[in-house]
Design a protein around this ligand. Structure first.
Ligand code: ABN
Length: 169
């Protein structure tokens, strides 16, 4: 059979399938199943658009994107920045880690929440978003902890910074 014959035969068979009653019913069935399942699929409903919430981009506000799993006082209100401890304090040797979504680039990041230690509590800008935190009886996944306890002499808690560890997943 020539290539032309084969192409015409395949096209004719496809047309016959689509125009037969069984073919039409099967197509409608597939469309119905697809339409029912589509809303359940995990899709990015921002469709890559940047976040329109200005607070999510302001490091001095609790809903800044990097603070999604924060429990502490923002060092940016205490003489430091969102990622740098204030003068006279040292960063904790242990930390709490969370995963936060950056609405600006649409990516998820692993964030380390370190306490700044060695001065008394700053007392400003307490934020407690705690995404994915679990109750205190599950120590390993609980967030309401003074991470300065690992810093020996400088165990007093002052404030908390958030550091990007890398892309999540
Ligand atoms: N990680 C912030 C913090 C410090 C002291 C007590 C509770 C939480």
């Amino acid at each position: 059979m020539s290539l032309l014959d084969e192409t015409v035969e395949t096209a004719t068979r496809k047309l016959a399938m689509l125009s037969s009653r069984r073919g039409v019913l099967s197509l409608l069935g597939r469309l119905a199943v697809g339409a029912a399942i589509a809303p359940l699929l995990p899709i990015d409903r921002t469709f890559g658009k940047p976040s329109t919430d200005p607070h999510q981009m302001d490091p001095s506000k609790c809903d800044y994107w990097k603070y999604c799993a924060m429990d502490g006082q923002l060092c940016s209100c205490c003489g430091g920045t969102g990622s740098q401890c204030p003068p006279g304090t040292e960063v904790s040797k242990v930390s709490w880690v969370g995963t936060c979504h950056n609405g600006k680039d649409g990516k998820d990041y692993l964030i380390s929440y370190n306490d700044c230690c060695g001065r008394s509590s700053c007392g400003q800008c307490y934020c407690s978003s705690n995404l994915n935190e679990r109750p205190g009886y599950e120590m390993g996944i609980h967030n309401d902890v003074n991470w300065c306890m690992a810093n020996g002499g400088a165990a007093s808690y002052h404030c908390t910074v958030s550091l990007i560890v890398g892309l999540a997943g």
